[in-house]
Write a protein that binds this ligand. Structure first.
Ligand code: N01
Length: 540
């Protein structure tokens, strides 16, 4: 079988893959992108569930690399709905003529490194074989939907969906009895919308989550014009601060315990509608139990005020620390439980036993459904990378190397897998920040790194093992005191049975992280082993 030779093979055509293609192509590389979907969009191509919306401001959840692009796309809402983000990404693909280098409806199955040629051989499920110097996994952090293996699932006769793999055809809830499993960000967004038209919605909740009103609203031209004037500053902040959100505020800078209960509640109340600013209101709510309890009580009071039925309100109160998991942003979530057609089923107390042809059986009850929606999350951060058979130096499989948890240097490269890059891989700030800011930082770093290799006849770049070990340890150590690294969330792989419990993202913040990456680049990539093409150098 003939191999197609390219300079760079990129997997995925979402925010990461599209920008990677553009950057590398702009400096003359021959780039091939492989994408499983029928169009660009990545996460925003697959996540079409009702209510799917971003929880970062629209004007910041978009590329910053082109001033023209930044000002020509008119975002209609403060937080974009999925169709608007997808429309934006299609617009970007058209504007920069990206699709000519993207092979759609194709999955990469294998990527094998040849130590003699220093090339990656990449195979696809369509039988194509590529040979590339650079191999880039731009596969996203939350792109492999996870559906628990419930007994009898295949026997269910109704409609069965996963929020992360929502069908492209219209799904009607009209007149239907719908069961929703899962109350993470996806479930919390979908439930209020499904309830608007369904005959009945039963929410099968195991653990309740913390959620605040998103405060979404339409935005007008005056709002956008003001942003355009401040864009440079906003983007600079985003790339240098902790969160990757340029308009995030700094909070009080104080312990919540420095305030009376009433004062603290007032500060929290006033911050509702300002998104993730809530997380940084106080300095100690991420690790201090007393501080955490004050925040929890604020939420309990909020839930009691909104939800009419005291039993339902009690069930909706989270049992975890506030900062154990990612905060959700919602539109009318708690109020939805006041509707006559919505009921909350506590499956922590009465677990799901099996699916039946007509619904779901729990230990003590049976429910009849016309439709079941699994909002059961993802095999996060490592899922998509581990799905490809990636084989590095000495025939080592990446999945074997990662058996006890992912090991990447800076979340960008893994020792023994030269010239292979991941965009926002495990060990990078990624999911703890505005993903688009992190993606741009990574793509630019990878592009500049590969340019350095090309300019200096360096044929293979491999992170030093001791540097990788130090980074992995650093990622673990700085997260250790925090609730987020001790809870049971997908950040730790705790939602996937058998997955090693390792806190995967880097919690040191995007700005400080970028500084570290820049210093490494400026040092001439001293923390990497390099293979040089001496023949070329001698000839020169
Ligand atoms: O997934 P999740 P998600 N029986 O893993 C439940 C991003 N995102 O898709 O908590 C019963 O958070 C599980 O219960 P429990 C965002 O980063 C962003 O909602 O394990 N229930 C939980 O309630 C987010 O954090 C947006 O007890 C079961 C739910 O399924 C991440 O994606 C929107 C179960 C899974 O929650 C993941 O969010 C959507 C079982 N056997 C997503 N198995 C934005 O706003 C699982 N569950 C941008």
């Amino acid at each position: 079988m003939s191999k197609k030779r390219v300079d760079s093979l990129v997997v995925g055509a979402g925010f990461s893959g599209m920008y990677m293609l553009l950057r590398m192509r702009n400096r003359g590389l021959n780039v091939q992108v492989i994408e499983a979907g029928t169009d660009v969009g990545g996460t925003w191509y697959w996540n079409r569930y009702p209510g799917a919306r971003c929880d970062v401001y629209s004007v910041e959840y978009c590329y910053s690399f082109s001033k023209e692009l930044q000002e020509e796309y008119k975002w209609p809402e403060r937080y974009s709905a999925q169709p608007d983000i997808l429309k934006y990404l299609k617009h970007v693909a058209d504007k920069f003529d990206l699709k000519k280098d993207i092979q759609f409806e194709t999955k990469v199955t294998d990527a094998i490194y040849d130590e003699n040629t220093e090339l990656w051989t990449v195979k696809t499920n369509t039988g194509d074989v590529y040979e590339a110097r650079y191999f880039v996994m731009a596969t996203g952090c939350l792109s492999v939907p996870r559906t628990p293996k419930f007994k009898g699932m295949e026997s269910f006769q109704g409609e069965l969906y996963h929020t992360g793999k929502w069908p492209h055809h219209e799904v009607s809830f009209e007149g239907k009895r719908v069961g929703v499993i899962g109350t993470g960000s996806s479930g919390i967004q979908a439930i209020p919308v499904i309830a608007e038209t369904a005959k009945h919605v039963s929410v099968l909740q195991r653990d309740p989550n913390f959620t605040i009103p998103a405060g979404n609203h339409n935005i007008d031209d005056a709002y956008l014009q003001d942003i355009y004037k401040r864009y440079d500053e906003i983007r600079y902040n985003a790339r240098t601060n902790y969160t990757g959100v340029g308009m995030s505020d700094n909070g009080t800078g104080k312990s919540i315990k420095d305030y009376s209960r009433e004062e603290a509640f007032k500060i929290m109340e006033e911050s509702l509608g300002r998104g993730f600013a809530f997380n940084t209101l106080f300095t100690d709510i991420g690790y201090d139990k007393e501080a955490d309890q004050i925040v929890r009580e604020f939420f309990f009071e909020m839930i009691d005020k909104i939800v009419n039925d005291p039993k339902t309100a009690a069930l909706l109160k989270p049992r975890t620390h506030f900062a154990d998991r990612r905060l959700c942003l919602d539109t009318n979530y708690f109020a939805t439980y006041n509707r006559d057609n919505v009921s909350l089923v506590d499956v922590s107390d009465d677990p799901i036993v099996e699916f039946t042809p007509t619904g779901i059986k729990t230990e003590n009850n049976e429910y009849e459904f016309d439709m079941i929606v699994c909002a059961t999350g993802y095999d996060a951060m490592t899922g998509a990378i581990s799905k490809v058979n990636i084989v590095g130096k000495g025939g080592e499989k990446l999945t074997d190397k990662w058996e006890a948890g992912p090991r990447m240097y800076l979340g960008l490269m893994s020792h023994g897998f030269p010239n292979m890059f991941a965009i926002t891989g495990p060990g990078s700030p990624s999911v703890l920040t505005n993903m688009v800011s992190s993606i741009e930082q990574h793509v630019e770093w990878v592009d500049e790194c590969t340019k350095y290799l090309d300019d200096n006849n360096i044929t293979a770049l491999n992170p030093k093992l001791e540097e990788e070990d130090k980074w992995v340890e650093h990622v673990t150590e700085i997260a250790k005191p925090l609730f987020i690294a001790q809870g049971g969330s997908w950040y730790l792989g705790a939602n996937v049975p058998g997955k090693p419990r390792v806190f995967m993202p880097y919690i040191g913040g995007l700005g400080p992280y970028s500084k570290i990456c820049d210093e490494i680049a400026n040092s001439g990539y001293q923390t990497f082993e390099k293979e040089q093409n001496t023949a070329d150098v001698e000839a020169a």
